[in-house]
Design a protein around this ligand. Structure first.
Ligand code: ITT
Length: 192
């Protein structure tokens, strides 16, 4: 069974690949000749997840999954949230985003945060969404070198190491993406 994964983020793709049953083959945007940026102009994680899945599915003419993820910091009114990828500006790197986040939390003791992923499955004008959340907190400084994005400053609840100090298998035990994916898979298995 082939399924299109609409993402330009190589790390997301690696994580999805590690979660897939062998019966499902992921197609990339390149496989279906989509080379442009996906539309992400909505104000919510759900909205952006849907707009990416809809765009890619309609353009390729096959069923598609896409996801949008945000880091929500409680003391910052859920920032950076839907703007996680561009928190420090349009062309910001993860290092820029983390720097700004740590600056904003510098004098704040409540460092509670969560990652939220929404996966959208889109097929023939119909869609379903699947949410995955992991609660945790933002570390005082970066730790670890695995993973991507904000992994080096996110510590899952009940643990004392960041996602970047874990290998992928360990991150998958807790991650927002895995939690959303498990829900998606129980829906998708009925289609196989
Ligand atoms: P798409 O092509 O899938 O849209 P993207 O990188 O633009 O890829 P998002 O719009 O979902 O992805 O942006 C999410 C931001 O949050 C981005 O800065 C990521 O680096 C970060 N992020 C997403 N998942 C993460 C994870 O599991 N751990 C750490 N940071 C993550």
């Amino acid at each position: 069974m082939k399924l299109l994964l609409a993402t330009n983020n190589v790390n997301k793709r690696i994580e999805f690949q590690s979660l897939l049953p062998a019966t499902i083959t992921l197609l990339s945007l390149e496989d279906v000749a989509i080379h442009e940026e996906l539309p992400e102009h909505e104000k919510t994680i759900e909205g952006n997840s849907l707009s990416k899945a809809k765009y890619a599915s309609e353009k390729a003419g096959i069923p598609c999954i896409a996801e949008d993820t945000g880091l929500e910091v409680y003391a910052l009114n859920q920032e950076p949230g839907v703007y996680s990828a561009r928190y420090a500006g349009k062309n910001a790197t993860s290092a820029d985003n983390i720097k700004l986040l740590l600056q904003r939390l510098d004098t704040i003791s409540d460092r509670k945060a969560r990652f939220k992923t929404v996966i959208t499955y889109y097929e023939n004008g119909q869609y379903e969404q699947f949410e995955g959340i992991i609660e945790g907190r933002i570390a005082e400084f970066e730790k670890g070198s695995n993973g991507f994005g904000y992994d080096s400053v996110f510590i899952p609840e009940g643990l004392d190491k960041t996602f970047a100090e874990m290998n992928l298998e360990q991150k998958n035990e807790y991650s927002h993406r895995k939690r959303a994916f498990v829900r998606f898979l129980s829906f998708y298995r009925n289609k196989l």
